[in-house]
Each structure stands twice: as C-alpha cells, then as structure tokens.
Ligand binder design. Structure first.
Ligand code: NI
Length: 173
C-alpha cells in the first residue's frame, strides 16, 4: 500500500468528471487500498479518486471512528450511484482537498445507493446521517463538484481566495 499525494483546490483536476470502471480488477483494488491508507493517514472519513489525480469513479469511506453506531468497516466502492433520496439535513462539512475550511451544506437525509464493492460484487445500501452525507460528498467529487460548490458565490469566492493564498505561501517556503 502507498500514501498518495492529495490535490487541493483550486486545481483543474478536481473539477473534472471521472469515468466509470469496467470491473473492480486488481488495479482498481490496489487503488482502493492506497486511497484507504491515504485517507487514514490524512486523517479523513472519505476520499474520492480524483482527489489523488485519478479520474475514475472510485471512493473510499470509513466513518467508524466518528460514529460507532453505523458501519464500522470501510466501504470501498466503484461506480457509486444514488438511486433514491429522502428528506434533507444540514451538515458541517470539510474536505481534504479544501484544507482548513468547513461550511454547512444541505444534503439528503437518507440515500440509497448501488455500486460495485472491492470484490466486484454489485451492492445496494441505505445510509443515513454522517454516512449519507459522506457518500454524497464523495460521489459529488466524481462529478467534479466540491462541497464549496454548494455554497453561495460569495462564500465560495472567499474560501477559494484563502486557499489560493495558502497555496502561494506554501510554494514560497
Ligand atoms: Ni472531499
């Protein structure tokens, strides 16, 4: 396994659409394992392949440490698709590609998704609360959408300005 570098906004690659995978073969499985290790090291509760510069529909999520009541084991998914949503909830979100910024985003309270798991099996699952939010956030990444894209133009501009400045400061180090 390997820890991969995480892209941070603004970065064109974070705005692109990812392509579905044909199968979860050994290459995709390796990517999932590397992404999981990268996410744990960050640390974070979710990571999408475009965040490590790979435009494939692959996400990993583990909210185990944050919320014991829900799924403990990590979810490693390819081609995740939301097939049903219910209700709404506001959740304060952050993102490894939008460092040090948090904002409330309106999400569906309950979602049902289908995807391929790490063994290339078709799965179906229903998620609520943090897991639902996290899955919606990661699935958004596959469409080139960041959580800040759900905010008002002004809020987004302020955050992007901060990120740009932080990047420039880092480059000058
Ligand atoms: Ni994110």
């Amino acid at each position: 396994m390997a820890i991969l570098p995480i892209l941070t906004a603004p970065d064109k690659r974070l705005k692109q659409k990812s392509l579905p995978v044909a199968d979860v073969d050994l290459t995709i499985r390796q990517l999932m394992d590397d992404m999981l290790e990268t996410m744990y090291a960050a640390p974070g509760v979710g990571l999408a392949a475009p965040q490590v510069g790979i435009l494939k529909q692959v996400i990993v999520v583990d909210i185990g440490s944050e919320q014991d009541k829900q799924i403990h084991t990590p979810l490693l998914l390819a081609n995740p698709e939301i097939i049903r949503t219910e209700g709404e909830l506001l959740w304060k979100e952050g993102c490894l590609s939008v460092p040090d910024q948090v904002a409330e985003v309106l999400r569906a309270a309950v979602i049902e998704i289908r995807a391929l798991d790490h063994n290339n099996r078709k799965i179906h699952l229903e998620a609520t609360e943090l897991l639902a939010v996290c899955l919606q956030h990661e699935i958004d990444h596959l469409q080139g959408t960041l959580f800040i894209d759900h905010l008002s133009r002004l809020k987004r501009a302020i955050i992007l300005q901060k990120l740009k400045k932080a990047k420039e400061a880092k480059e000058q180090e």
